[in-house]
Design a protein around this ligand. Structure first.
Ligand SMILES: Cc1ncc(COP(=O)(O)O)c(C=O)c1O
Length: 387
């Protein structure tokens, strides 16, 4: 009966991160730098709000779009932090993490044969969904442009079939961001074209140099932009599954239908905790950001000192050094590093073929762990250089 299963589902590849994680599981003593989630606890006051919601029996369905108070809080959070203005009643949806936000956005706007432009390397969460919609991914090679997908790089890929551009900055796996000027140029390029912009801003609270800018602040493209954000990274709430879409009413009205028949609503308990996070916890990310920044500076300097070709990331919690000088595939490099020095990193090809020749190092771990890992990586690299 397997042949009867939807071909597009059968064609989805197991994520490269997952594949490598299975290998890492065979080395329980390894130091893992593969983590894609914060190593901090959810703030106590947010956890308390979740516990209170349970004790007060706030455990029923909520409106499909999410609790009005949470949409209001999300609207104010975005206005205060990024100068974005979205109507909580008409333009905001509460989703099950940014993942579901990506899913309902793509399923609302894509059809058979549409093209979707996205950077390469890129977070692996988009491609399977757009393929399920029958759309075609068009990767833009950003490897010679500091991993930044700028207007200049996008222009030659625009065709009559282009339906959407995915703009995930600050980026996973590279930690790169786009400057205000680069976003302005992109907005100018896309304004007036019948192309949607999915702006995944899940790492917006983790920008170390300067501040985060959203393309949706450019009035010329606001009506074609869907901003995605959530609490997974900003408030260390990956397991609570709270994300958001911010999009014009004509889009939100359609997206809510996909969301409703998919999940009804996000968890009520998590939504009450999220209200706390976005009101009394509006600056909770600051302390975590200071820590991440220290780790970024440390790991970046260490890797540079070892001779890695590496771009200093400005956001998120990843480094993406090139390993091309070792003439090993990223999978072989990561496997040898794991086997010989018990350090786990993610092979770059998990992030599309444009990630081949790189590895992703996450610094969502203590500085002490990072120090131990860097010692081991240094030893490994010295051995490779001497070989
Ligand atoms: C760029 C990007 N978007 C979305 C997500 C998914 O976030 P969530 O856990 O809120 O579904 C991740 C998770 O790692 C991510 O890196």
């Amino acid at each position: 009966m397997e042949h009867l299963i939807n071909r597009r589902v059968r064609d989805i590849q197991v994520s490269g991160i997952r594949k490598f994680a299975n290998r890492v599981a065979q080395y329980p003593d390894a130091i893992s730098l593969t983590i894609g989630q914060p190593d901090f606890q959810t703030p106590e006051h947010v956890k308390d709000a979740g516990k209170r919601a349970i004790d007060e029996n706030k455990t029923t369905y909520t409106p499909n779009a999410g609790l009005p108070a949470l949409r209001e809080a999300a609207s104010q959070f975005l206005a205060r932090k990024y100068g974005l203005n979205y109507d909580p009643e008409q333009e905001i949806l509460v989703t099950n993490g940014a993942s579901e936000a990506i899913d309902i956005t793509l399923r609302t706007i894509l059809e058979e044969g549409c093209e979707v432009i996205l950077p390469g390397p890129v977070y692996p969460g988009y491609e399977p969904i757009l393929r399920l919609c029958g759309a075609v991914p068009v990767h833009v090679d950003t490897t010679n442009n500091g991993f930044r997908m700028t207007a200049e790089l996008i222009r030659p890929h625009l065709t009559e079939k282009t339906r959407c551009i995915i703009l995930p900055y600050p980026a996973n796996p590279t930690g790169c961001t786009l400057s205000k000027e680069e976003l302005e140029e992109l907005a100018e390029l896309l304004e007036g074209r019948e192309i949607f912009i999915l702006s995944d801003e899940i790492y917006s609270e983790l920008v170390y140099d300067g501040s985060h800018h959203s393309i949706a602040t450019h009035s010329g493209v606001r009506h074609q932009t869907i901003v995605i954000n959530g609490l997974s990274k900003s408030h260390s709430m990956t397991g609570w599954r709270i994300g958001f879409t911010f999009a014009p009413a004509y889009l939100t009205q359609q997206m809510v239908k996909v969301h409703q028949y998919n999940v009804s609503c996000a968890s009520s308990i998590s939504q009450y905790a999220a209200i706390e996070a976005l009101t009394r916890g509006i600056d909770d990310a600051e302390a975590m950001k200071r820590e991440y920044r220290k780790r970024r500076d440390y790991a970046y300097e260490r890797l540079k000192g070892m001779g890695f070709d590496i771009i200093q990331p400005q956001g998120a919690f990843y480094l993406f050094p090139s390993i091309q000088r070792f003439h090993l595939s990223s999978f072989d490099f990561a496997t040898k590093l794991l086997e010989q020095e018990r350090v786990a990193v993610v092979p770059g090809d998990a992030f599309s073929r444009y990630g081949e020749g790189y590895i992703r190092i996450s610094y969502a771990c203590s500085l002490e762990t990072l120090e131990r890992a860097m010692e081991r990586i240094e030893r490994f690299v010295q051995k490779l250089d001497g070989a």
